[in-house]
Design a protein around this ligand. Structure first.
Ligand code: DX5
Ligand code: ZN
Length: 215
């Protein structure tokens, strides 16, 4: 049974509180919150005040995915806003080791996201420090894109690296996840699945979350 992290990016922002409550009352495990800066990715989503507003109503941990340059600058602020997991992009961090330690020093779980072109072996030296690795199965920036098949093999490679290093790191996959791709990802070793449009564009989001949870 994978952990399920519905992505609020696909939710109805004008009814955020009821969307949050739907997730509270579902079998979801986390809230996936996508923060974009219009610089690291060609889109802008929501920022700190919105994360804080979600945290006020959420009864499950906030899994915050930072698609921003200079994430180090905002680590304390995201802790204050209510993040439980804070994930930064490998491609946005020159001093990744330091960034990971800074996230953990704030009492959050540390995650690193990999763009589709970034191989998993770049994490070899830090994998034992990581609580989570987020494999992007689309190019970050937008919901509703189609799944990049190579993410399956990448999940297998990451699982092998984690096992080899004896690490205690969760594998989470983000982008184009539905019950079909989700089942294959779980089989390949994924521990957590992010799903945006598949959940929120469905007729019954809570039932869709339950379908993913049952994989
Ligand atoms: C994309 C975001 C995703 C997005 C996924 O940059 O990181 O979390 O919401 O959306 P779907 O599930 O629709 O591909
Ligand atoms: Zn995301």
């Amino acid at each position: 049974m994978p952990l399920i992290s519905p992505s609020l990016l696909a939710s109805d922002f004008a009814n955020l509180q009821s969307e949050v409550e739907m997730i509270n009352n579902s079998t979801a495990d986390w809230f996936h919150v996508d923060v974009m800066d219009g610089s690291f990715v060609p889109n802008i989503s929501f920022g700190l005040p919105s994360v804080k507003a979600v945290a006020k109503h959420a009864t499950k941990p906030l899994d915050v995915h930072l698609m921003i340059v200079n994430p180090d600058q905002y680590i304390k602020a995201f802790k204050a806003a209510g993040a439980a997991y804070l994930t930064v992009h490998y491609e946005a961090c020159t001093h990744l080791h330091r960034t990971i330690q800074a996230i953990k020093a704030e009492g959050m779980r540390a995650g690193v996201a990999l763009n589709p072109h970034t191989p998993v072996n770049v994490l070899e030296e830090v994998i034992n420090d990581l609580d989570l690795v987020l494999i992007m199965s689309v190019n970050p920036g937008f919901g509703g894109q189609s799944f990049i098949e190579a993410a399956i093999e990448k999940t297998r490679k990451l699982k092998a690296l984690i096992t080899e290093k004896g690490a205690n790191t969760l594998i989470e996959i983000d982008g184009g996840v539905n019950t079909e791709t989700g089942a294959r990802l779980v089989e390949a070793g994924a521990d957590a699945l992010v799903a945006g449009s598949f959940v929120f564009k469905s007729e019954n989001p809570a039932a869709t979350i339950a379908d993913l949870k049952a994989l």
